[in-house]
Design a protein around this ligand. Structure first.
Ligand code: MD6
Ligand code: FE
Length: 214
């Protein structure tokens, strides 16, 4: 079988679970402004490998935008108004990203999503993220919006318990995943990123995770 990668059409919305959907290519129209913005952000806010409470360094490098940034250290995971590396507040979330997040959430059935936190994850080949739940936020009525750029990744979307077998979602540059409501605390993760070269981001995958944390 041959697949023509250039003409292959993917649907706009793919339901993953109750309250969760995959929006293939949803962020592509925003890329012309999103990618230059992120490049600049990453240049002036170098992403860092955070330590987990177990004392291991994560393979992913992270930085944040918004009034609360996601941080981890030997004391635990959580949100912080300041960048632990610089002691300074995180840069505010630009309108362009707020609009993209709200539009994606809306398409998934969540009206009026206003995130206050945007985690910027940088994955080099070999980086991965183990299955986990997002449960450090105050208000679980708000969804999570995840935007992918650059190298492809297999996103794992599981269920309520760690032992629920995850579905494997082949995320491409510009794809968005939204989960909330009944699936807000579902386990998820990212398989090891394979080596590759993307025309925009080079040899990395960038993921934005937008949440209402406070
Ligand atoms: C991703 N990240 O980078 C997904 N969740 O594609 C996450 O799911 C995540 O990086 C909670 C805290 C940090 C994270
Ligand atoms: Fe997560």
């Amino acid at each position: 079988m041959t697949t023509d990668l250039f003409t292959e059409q993917r649907p706009d919305v793919i339901q993953l679970a109750a309250g969760a959907c995959w929006l293939p290519g949803f962020a592509l129209p925003a890329m012309d402004t999103l990618w230059p913005y992120l490049q600049q952000h990453l240049a002036s806010n170098p992403p860092q490998r955070m330590m987990t409470p177990m004392g291991y360094f994560m393979s992913v490098q992270t930085s944040s935008l918004g009034s609360l940034g996601w941080v981890s250290d030997a004391q635990g995971y959580g949100y912080s108004a300041t960048n632990p590396v610089t002691g300074e507040p995180w840069a505010p979330l630009p309108d362009m990203i707020l609009q993209l997040a709200a539009a994606a959430a809306n398409k998934a059935g969540y009206a009026d999503f206003v995130p206050d936190s945007c985690l910027v994850n940088v994955y080099a080949p070999g980086s991965k993220m183990g299955l986990h739940q997002d449960k450090d936020e105050q208000d679980f009525s708000q969804p999570i919006v995840s935007v992918s750029l650059g190298l492809p990744a297999t996103f794992l979307f599981g269920g309520k318990t760690r032992s629920d077998k995850p579905v494997k979602i082949p995320l491409q540059h510009g794809d968005v995943v939204v989960w909330g409501g009944p699936s807000r605390r579902f386990y998820h993760g990212v398989n090891t990123i394979k080596p590759g070269m993307h025309p925009l981001t080079g040899n990395r995958r960038i993921n934005l995770t937008l949440r209402r944390a406070g």
